[in-house]
Design a protein around this ligand. Sequence first.
Ligand code: PHE
Length: 458
Amino acid sequence: MARKSMHGEWSSRWAFVLAATGSAVGLGNIWKFPYITGENGGGAFVLVYLACIVVIGIPVMMAEIMLGRRGRQSPINTMYDLAVESGHNPNWKWLGWLGVLAGFLILSFYSVVAGWSLAYIFRSATGVFTGATADGVESLFLDRFLAHPETLLFWHTLFMAMTIIIVARGVKSGLESAVKFLMPTLFLLLLVMVGYAMSQGEAFMQGLEFMFRPDFSALTWGGVLTAMGQAFFTLSLGMGAIMVYGSYLSHTASISRTTFTIAAADTGVALLAGIAIFPIIFANNMEPSAGPGLIFISLPLAFGHMPGGVLFGSLFFVLLSFAAWTSSISLLEPVVTWLVETFNLRRITATLYAGIVTWLLGVASVFSFNEWAFEFEFAGVVKENGIFDILDILTTNIMLPLGGLFIAIFAAWFMSREASRDELGLGDGMRYNLWRFLVKFVTPAAILLVFLNMLGII
Ligand code: PHE
């Protein structure tokens, strides 16, 4: 009784791996991972993050791809159909809604930061950073960039337009070939940056220590929640992006192998980014806890002082922008498929509607860095960028884990054993049972534990 997707299918398993990796690898790895690691004290945070990838991220990703491939529609209609099909309450569709809403909220601020990356291509290429001091690059970012809402708005608009164009054309065309070439290049360039970090002597070891020597006294429950949220965010889980991509996956592809490839690539990029960035921070007596500006201050400083820095710098921000692009389209895709299915809209019309509303909300994030900036404290970390930070915390730390929790519960407790076993293609042996044990008990328990601790209930 296999369904077919009305939106098309990937040309191969490999195309799916590339697209899903494109979705996973993005600002989350290179911009967000280093800065929240810095805010939350380093090593212990990284350890919890890695544990979350393994015990929560990987099993949930398998579940999400599986549900997508079985339902073959937008997350909302997929959850509705799968629930009804297995004799359960159609209200499971609200899980799809939670995801679509999260995707829309995330994209609104994601696009603003992706805009920074676009702007930094031009700044690097024109040699603005050459020879600049630490104070200089900081002021270039804070005073000469973030303080100007019209500049941020321009780049945010450009990035949203780029996202709309690709999604309107259908995620398959163009995307596959772009990712195939860009991901390996990004990886190589990160290695160059790691090479530069190694040349920083003492500071390189200091950077490694900061990232890999766990000091649990530096970690709060809020930090644990942030690490767990980051595992969802970085793997694009809990909001239906991977579910939608899974809905275009052919029936013959192996879900488990695919998942491991994506998770490994994603984690590799995040760790490399951290290894490249922290030594630069320590070598220049900067603060690892500088917040969202971290890579936009530390990396330009490095580019300003390394041989070939103008070239490497521009190339780096080109690649970062591409990585953000292949992620942003997966944030918009769930809502667009839903609009197409439900209102019979043309893809291009649906994309325009969804894109414009997202763009509008993004304006609130643009002003969060200047006119409307306000401070608040979250889990012991001072956040300075009002609405932007609130949207980030609400989606990453609450909505995505909540979505993941229900995805796990549905896949393990509501879907029949036969259905998940057939779909995963792991056979009926130990590997399948391990997955089932993880999504049935470990994942939900871990998410609940973190939530309850955060709320001060246990
Ligand atoms: N995983 C992407 C990143 O790390 C962000 C993303 C989150 C994309 C959720 C899709 C869904 O940049």
